[in-house]
Design a protein around this ligand. Structure first.
Ligand code: HEC
Length: 163
């Protein structure tokens, strides 16, 4: 059930269905810190978050570079990892997942309309949402900000037309 709620909140029901189907037996009472031991190799929440952190950086440089295809891809990854986190870890407050829906939709819109300024604003709002949940979950010391420089020296962020 949680997975559907999370998915509705971030507006991605079909993907949630896939997540639910793949992990259903494990969706009972995972704590916020440790995945259930049964059900195989569930990712630890910190690992899911590390993935989100990479994607947060990549999304930023894709959007800044107006590489809208890449930005859409990275946004979908962030969405999926949020659904994954909320569905596997029952300790995550639903309200903090819901907070992410607005910025995710706004980024989506900015990408669709190729609007760089709207992208920057929505990305800032997304980042505020990351930190709001960290604070609520006593992880306020994990403070996310808009990235300054890309650590990814092996990936091109400009769209191919600009190369
Ligand atoms: C709904 C709650 C929630 C949201 C939203 C959220 N996080 Fe987290 N995040 C957590 C929790 C809880 C932890 C601590 C996990 C643990 O203790 O194992 C965490 C940990 C992290 C970590 C630390 C991982 C490590 O091992 O160093 C990073 C980085 C991170 N989050 C990035 C992000 C980014 C970027 C976003 C936004 C795009 C985000 N988080 C949104 C709940 C959230």
């Amino acid at each position: 059930m949680r997975v559907f709620m999370a998915a509705m909140l971030v507006g991605l029901a079909p993907m949630a269905l896939a997540v639910a189907q793949s992990s259903q037996p494990s969706l009972q009472e995972p704590s916020s810190q440790e995945p259930m031991s049964r059900g195989g190799n569930l990712p630890r929440l910190g690992e899911i978050m590390l993935g989100k952190q990479w994607r947060h950086i990549k999304l930023w440089f894709a959007g800044k570079g107006h590489n809208w295809d890449l930005a859409a891809y990275e946004l979908a990854q962030i969405r999926a990892s949020l659904i994954e986190a909320a569905s596997l870890y029952s300790g995550i407050p639903v309200g903090d997942v819901a907070i992410m829906a607005g910025p995710i939709q706004s980024i989506d819109k900015a990408i669709q309309s190729k609007d760089g300024a709207a992208f920057v604003k929505a990305f800032n709002d997304l980042t505020v949402g990351c930190n709001a949940c960290h604070r609520d979950m006593e992880r306020g010391f994990i403070e996310i900000r808009v990235p300054g420089a890309s650590p990814f020296t092996n990936q091109v962020f400009a769209p191919s037309a600009k190369r």
